[in-house]
Design a protein around this ligand. Structure first.
Ligand code: PLP
Length: 296
Protein backbone atom coordinates (compact mmCIF):
# COMPACT_ATOMS: atom_id res chain seq x y z
CA UNK A 1 0.00 0.00 0.00
CA UNK A 2 1.21 3.48 -0.83
CA UNK A 3 0.08 7.07 -0.55
CA UNK A 4 0.45 7.69 -4.27
CA UNK A 5 -0.11 4.92 -6.81
CA UNK A 6 0.51 5.02 -10.55
CA UNK A 7 -0.26 2.46 -13.26
CA UNK A 8 0.17 2.65 -17.04
CA UNK A 9 -2.15 0.83 -19.41
CA UNK A 10 -0.54 -1.44 -21.94
CA UNK A 11 -3.30 -0.90 -24.46
CA UNK A 12 -5.54 2.08 -23.62
CA UNK A 13 -7.62 1.47 -26.76
CA UNK A 14 -8.43 -1.67 -28.76
CA UNK A 15 -8.18 0.54 -31.88
CA UNK A 16 -4.43 1.10 -31.40
CA UNK A 17 -1.48 -1.28 -30.93
CA UNK A 18 -0.34 -2.31 -27.43
CA UNK A 19 2.83 -0.72 -26.03
CA UNK A 20 4.18 -4.19 -25.15
CA UNK A 21 2.37 -6.91 -27.12
CA UNK A 22 1.37 -9.83 -24.91
CA UNK A 23 2.01 -7.96 -21.65
CA UNK A 24 -0.70 -7.63 -18.95
CA UNK A 25 -3.37 -4.91 -19.14
CA UNK A 26 -1.36 -2.52 -16.95
CA UNK A 27 1.85 -2.18 -14.96
CA UNK A 28 2.54 -0.21 -11.80
CA UNK A 29 5.18 2.50 -11.99
CA UNK A 30 6.97 4.74 -9.51
CA UNK A 31 4.64 7.72 -8.94
CA UNK A 32 7.57 9.82 -7.69
CA UNK A 33 9.77 9.29 -10.78
CA UNK A 34 9.47 10.96 -14.22
CA UNK A 35 7.53 8.65 -16.55
CA UNK A 36 6.35 10.60 -19.58
CA UNK A 37 8.18 11.23 -22.87
CA UNK A 38 8.87 14.89 -23.61
CA UNK A 39 7.39 14.12 -27.05
CA UNK A 40 4.04 13.04 -25.67
CA UNK A 41 1.28 15.13 -27.27
CA UNK A 42 -0.45 15.34 -23.91
CA UNK A 43 2.53 17.34 -22.64
CA UNK A 44 3.40 19.29 -25.79
CA UNK A 45 -0.12 20.20 -26.92
CA UNK A 46 -2.51 19.30 -24.11
CA UNK A 47 -3.95 16.84 -26.62
CA UNK A 48 -5.75 14.31 -24.48
CA UNK A 49 -8.55 13.73 -22.02
CA UNK A 50 -8.92 13.02 -18.33
CA UNK A 51 -11.30 12.18 -15.52
CA UNK A 52 -10.94 12.75 -11.78
CA UNK A 53 -12.91 10.24 -9.75
CA UNK A 54 -13.65 10.52 -6.02
CA UNK A 55 -12.84 7.48 -3.92
CA UNK A 56 -14.87 7.42 -0.69
CA UNK A 57 -13.80 4.87 1.94
CA UNK A 58 -12.01 2.88 -0.77
CA UNK A 59 -14.86 2.87 -3.28
CA UNK A 60 -14.87 4.79 -6.58
CA UNK A 61 -17.86 7.06 -7.00
CA UNK A 62 -19.91 7.30 -10.18
CA UNK A 63 -17.31 5.11 -11.90
CA UNK A 64 -19.52 4.11 -14.83
CA UNK A 65 -20.65 7.71 -15.40
CA UNK A 66 -16.99 8.82 -15.41
CA UNK A 67 -16.07 6.04 -17.87
CA UNK A 68 -18.95 7.01 -20.17
CA UNK A 69 -17.84 10.64 -20.10
CA UNK A 70 -14.21 9.57 -20.77
CA UNK A 71 -15.37 7.70 -23.88
CA UNK A 72 -17.50 10.63 -24.96
CA UNK A 73 -14.55 13.04 -24.58
CA UNK A 74 -12.42 10.64 -26.66
CA UNK A 75 -15.03 10.71 -29.44
CA UNK A 76 -15.17 14.52 -29.39
CA UNK A 77 -11.37 14.68 -29.82
CA UNK A 78 -11.36 11.81 -32.38
CA UNK A 79 -9.04 9.85 -30.10
CA UNK A 80 -9.09 6.04 -30.29
CA UNK A 81 -12.01 4.62 -28.30
CA UNK A 82 -10.81 3.80 -24.74
CA UNK A 83 -11.01 0.13 -23.70
CA UNK A 84 -13.29 0.74 -20.73
CA UNK A 85 -12.76 -2.76 -19.29
CA UNK A 86 -8.99 -2.21 -19.21
CA UNK A 87 -9.48 1.26 -17.68
CA UNK A 88 -11.88 -0.07 -15.04
CA UNK A 89 -9.47 -2.88 -14.14
CA UNK A 90 -6.56 -0.44 -13.81
CA UNK A 91 -8.59 2.05 -11.75
CA UNK A 92 -9.63 -0.69 -9.30
CA UNK A 93 -6.03 -1.95 -9.06
CA UNK A 94 -4.76 1.55 -8.28
CA UNK A 95 -7.45 2.02 -5.61
CA UNK A 96 -6.49 -1.38 -4.20
CA UNK A 97 -2.90 -0.17 -3.84
CA UNK A 98 -3.78 3.05 -2.02
CA UNK A 99 -3.36 3.40 1.72
CA UNK A 100 -6.83 3.41 3.31
CA UNK A 101 -8.29 6.92 3.62
CA UNK A 102 -11.78 8.36 3.99
CA UNK A 103 -11.33 10.40 0.85
CA UNK A 104 -8.96 9.75 -2.05
CA UNK A 105 -9.17 10.25 -5.77
CA UNK A 106 -7.94 8.67 -8.97
CA UNK A 107 -7.14 10.56 -12.12
CA UNK A 108 -7.30 8.81 -15.49
CA UNK A 109 -5.43 10.37 -18.40
CA UNK A 110 -5.33 9.34 -22.04
CA UNK A 111 -3.21 11.36 -24.46
CA UNK A 112 -2.78 11.03 -28.21
CA UNK A 113 0.66 9.59 -27.41
CA UNK A 114 3.96 10.36 -29.11
CA UNK A 115 3.54 12.18 -32.41
CA UNK A 116 3.56 9.70 -35.30
CA UNK A 117 3.36 6.62 -33.06
CA UNK A 118 -0.44 6.18 -33.20
CA UNK A 119 -0.41 4.69 -29.70
CA UNK A 120 -2.30 6.62 -27.03
CA UNK A 121 -0.62 6.94 -23.65
CA UNK A 122 -2.85 6.01 -20.72
CA UNK A 123 -2.33 6.11 -17.00
CA UNK A 124 -4.20 6.11 -13.70
CA UNK A 125 -2.86 7.99 -10.68
CA UNK A 126 -4.30 7.68 -7.20
CA UNK A 127 -3.70 9.90 -4.18
CA UNK A 128 -5.34 11.03 -0.92
CA UNK A 129 -7.68 14.01 -1.40
CA UNK A 130 -6.97 17.45 0.06
CA UNK A 131 -9.08 18.35 3.10
CA UNK A 132 -12.09 20.33 1.88
CA UNK A 133 -14.07 20.21 5.12
CA UNK A 134 -13.75 23.99 5.73
CA UNK A 135 -14.88 24.94 2.24
CA UNK A 136 -17.84 22.57 2.46
CA UNK A 137 -18.93 24.24 5.68
CA UNK A 138 -18.04 27.90 5.22
CA UNK A 139 -18.69 28.14 1.51
CA UNK A 140 -17.06 29.96 -1.38
CA UNK A 141 -17.31 33.45 -2.90
CA UNK A 142 -17.73 33.29 -6.65
CA UNK A 143 -17.47 35.84 -9.44
CA UNK A 144 -19.29 35.65 -12.74
CA UNK A 145 -16.87 35.65 -15.68
CA UNK A 146 -17.64 35.81 -19.39
CA UNK A 147 -16.64 32.59 -21.13
CA UNK A 148 -16.47 34.42 -24.42
CA UNK A 149 -18.75 32.24 -26.48
CA UNK A 150 -22.45 31.61 -26.89
CA UNK A 151 -24.35 28.90 -25.02
CA UNK A 152 -24.95 26.98 -28.30
CA UNK A 153 -21.22 26.61 -29.10
CA UNK A 154 -21.30 22.81 -28.78
CA UNK A 155 -23.60 22.59 -31.80
CA UNK A 156 -22.28 25.55 -33.82
CA UNK A 157 -18.50 25.01 -33.34
CA UNK A 158 -17.82 21.43 -32.18
CA UNK A 159 -14.12 21.81 -33.12
CA UNK A 160 -13.70 24.00 -30.04
CA UNK A 161 -14.28 20.82 -27.99
CA UNK A 162 -16.54 22.54 -25.45
CA UNK A 163 -18.20 19.90 -23.28
CA UNK A 164 -15.25 17.47 -23.48
CA UNK A 165 -12.90 16.99 -20.54
CA UNK A 166 -9.63 17.76 -22.31
CA UNK A 167 -6.16 18.26 -20.85
CA UNK A 168 -6.19 21.87 -22.06
CA UNK A 169 -7.02 23.33 -18.66
CA UNK A 170 -4.68 26.35 -18.73
CA UNK A 171 -7.73 28.61 -19.19
CA UNK A 172 -9.45 26.96 -16.24
CA UNK A 173 -6.37 27.72 -14.12
CA UNK A 174 -6.18 31.29 -15.43
CA UNK A 175 -9.75 32.03 -14.37
CA UNK A 176 -8.93 30.78 -10.86
CA UNK A 177 -6.16 33.40 -10.74
CA UNK A 178 -8.61 36.03 -12.01
CA UNK A 179 -11.02 35.02 -9.23
CA UNK A 180 -8.23 35.48 -6.67
CA UNK A 181 -7.44 38.93 -8.13
CA UNK A 182 -11.11 39.79 -7.49
CA UNK A 183 -10.89 38.40 -3.94
CA UNK A 184 -13.11 35.44 -4.75
CA UNK A 185 -12.55 31.72 -4.40
CA UNK A 186 -14.08 30.41 -7.61
CA UNK A 187 -15.86 31.31 -10.82
CA UNK A 188 -19.18 30.74 -12.54
CA UNK A 189 -18.88 31.11 -16.29
CA UNK A 190 -21.58 33.00 -18.20
CA UNK A 191 -21.93 32.62 -21.97
CA UNK A 192 -21.48 35.69 -24.19
CA UNK A 193 -25.28 35.69 -24.62
CA UNK A 194 -25.88 35.77 -20.86
CA UNK A 195 -26.56 32.13 -19.90
CA UNK A 196 -25.22 30.61 -16.67
CA UNK A 197 -22.85 27.74 -17.54
CA UNK A 198 -20.53 26.00 -15.02
CA UNK A 199 -17.47 26.53 -12.84
CA UNK A 200 -13.99 25.94 -14.26
CA UNK A 201 -13.87 22.57 -12.46
CA UNK A 202 -17.44 22.13 -11.26
CA UNK A 203 -21.15 22.15 -12.07
CA UNK A 204 -23.54 24.86 -10.86
CA UNK A 205 -26.61 23.76 -8.90
CA UNK A 206 -29.11 26.20 -7.37
CA UNK A 207 -32.26 25.92 -5.30
CA UNK A 208 -35.48 27.82 -5.77
CA UNK A 209 -38.06 26.79 -3.20
CA UNK A 210 -38.20 23.01 -3.35
CA UNK A 211 -36.70 22.92 -6.84
CA UNK A 212 -33.05 22.05 -7.44
CA UNK A 213 -31.82 23.27 -10.82
CA UNK A 214 -28.72 23.07 -13.02
CA UNK A 215 -28.02 24.56 -16.45
CA UNK A 216 -28.08 21.11 -18.15
CA UNK A 217 -26.12 19.57 -20.99
CA UNK A 218 -25.67 20.69 -24.60
CA UNK A 219 -24.36 24.10 -23.51
CA UNK A 220 -20.67 23.33 -24.05
CA UNK A 221 -20.36 22.29 -20.40
CA UNK A 222 -19.57 18.97 -18.76
CA UNK A 223 -22.20 16.41 -17.92
CA UNK A 224 -21.40 16.40 -14.18
CA UNK A 225 -21.27 13.11 -12.32
CA UNK A 226 -21.57 14.83 -8.92
CA UNK A 227 -24.56 16.88 -10.08
CA UNK A 228 -26.33 13.66 -11.10
CA UNK A 229 -25.79 12.30 -7.58
CA UNK A 230 -26.84 15.58 -5.97
CA UNK A 231 -30.12 15.32 -7.87
CA UNK A 232 -30.58 11.72 -6.70
CA UNK A 233 -30.10 12.83 -3.11
CA UNK A 234 -32.48 15.79 -3.50
CA UNK A 235 -35.18 13.53 -4.94
CA UNK A 236 -34.96 11.27 -1.88
CA UNK A 237 -35.70 14.45 0.14
CA UNK A 238 -38.86 15.12 -1.86
CA UNK A 239 -37.39 17.95 -3.91
CA UNK A 240 -37.97 18.29 -7.64
CA UNK A 241 -34.97 18.55 -9.95
CA UNK A 242 -34.57 19.97 -13.41
CA UNK A 243 -32.58 21.83 -16.05
CA UNK A 244 -32.98 25.53 -16.63
CA UNK A 245 -31.46 27.87 -19.15
CA UNK A 246 -31.01 30.83 -16.82
CA UNK A 247 -29.19 34.11 -16.53
CA UNK A 248 -27.22 35.58 -13.59
CA UNK A 249 -30.41 36.90 -11.95
CA UNK A 250 -31.51 33.30 -11.31
CA UNK A 251 -28.33 32.72 -9.31
CA UNK A 252 -28.50 36.05 -7.47
CA UNK A 253 -32.14 35.35 -6.58
CA UNK A 254 -31.61 31.70 -5.62
CA UNK A 255 -32.43 30.42 -2.13
CA UNK A 256 -29.10 28.57 -2.11
CA UNK A 257 -26.47 27.48 -4.63
CA UNK A 258 -23.47 25.17 -4.88
CA UNK A 259 -20.54 24.37 -7.13
CA UNK A 260 -20.40 20.58 -7.15
CA UNK A 261 -17.61 18.33 -8.38
CA UNK A 262 -15.71 15.17 -7.67
CA UNK A 263 -13.21 15.44 -4.78
CA UNK A 264 -14.37 18.85 -3.40
CA UNK A 265 -18.00 17.63 -3.57
CA UNK A 266 -20.67 20.26 -2.74
CA UNK A 267 -19.20 23.70 -2.02
CA UNK A 268 -21.97 26.11 -0.98
CA UNK A 269 -21.80 29.54 -2.63
CA UNK A 270 -21.86 32.30 -0.02
CA UNK A 271 -21.44 35.31 -2.29
CA UNK A 272 -21.88 36.12 -5.99
CA UNK A 273 -19.96 39.16 -7.25
CA UNK A 274 -19.88 40.49 -3.70
CA UNK A 275 -23.60 39.95 -2.99
CA UNK A 276 -24.26 37.56 -0.11
CA UNK A 277 -26.14 34.34 -0.71
CA UNK A 278 -27.57 32.25 2.12
CA UNK A 279 -25.97 28.89 2.88
CA UNK A 280 -28.29 26.00 3.70
CA UNK A 281 -25.93 24.46 6.25
CA UNK A 282 -28.04 21.47 7.27
CA UNK A 283 -28.82 20.39 3.71
CA UNK A 284 -25.20 20.91 2.58
CA UNK A 285 -23.78 18.85 5.45
CA UNK A 286 -26.20 16.00 4.80
CA UNK A 287 -25.54 16.17 1.07
CA UNK A 288 -21.76 15.97 1.53
CA UNK A 289 -22.08 13.00 3.89
CA UNK A 290 -24.21 11.29 1.24
CA UNK A 291 -21.69 12.05 -1.53
CA UNK A 292 -18.74 10.89 0.61
CA UNK A 293 -20.31 7.55 1.44
CA UNK A 294 -21.80 6.80 -1.95
CA UNK A 295 -21.64 3.18 -3.10
CA UNK A 296 -22.18 2.62 -6.82
N1 PLP B 1 -17.29 21.13 -15.21
C1 PLP B 1 -15.95 21.15 -15.39
C2 PLP B 1 -15.37 22.09 -16.39
C3 PLP B 1 -15.12 20.27 -14.68
O1 PLP B 1 -13.81 20.28 -14.89
C4 PLP B 1 -15.70 19.39 -13.74
C5 PLP B 1 -14.87 18.44 -12.97
O2 PLP B 1 -13.69 18.53 -12.90
C6 PLP B 1 -17.08 19.41 -13.54
C7 PLP B 1 -17.86 20.28 -14.31
C8 PLP B 1 -17.75 18.51 -12.52
O3 PLP B 1 -17.75 17.19 -12.94
P1 PLP B 1 -17.80 15.98 -11.91
O4 PLP B 1 -18.90 16.26 -10.95
O5 PLP B 1 -18.08 14.80 -12.75
O6 PLP B 1 -16.47 15.94 -11.22
Amino acid sequence: MAKHVLAFLNRPSPDAPAHAPGAPAFHFADAAAPQLSVLDLGATRGDGIFETISVGYGRPQALEHHLRRFASSARTLALPEPDLDAWRETILAVIGGLEPADESYVKTVMTRGIEGDDKPTGWVYGSPSPDYSRVRKEGIRVVLLDRGYRHDIEATAPWLLAGAKTLSYAVNRAVAREAARREADDVVFVSSDGVLLEGPTSTLVFRRGTQLLTPGTGLGILDGTTQANVFRFAETKGMTTGFELAGPDALLGADAAWLVSSVRLAAPIRAVDGTDLAIDHAFTAELNEYLKGLVE
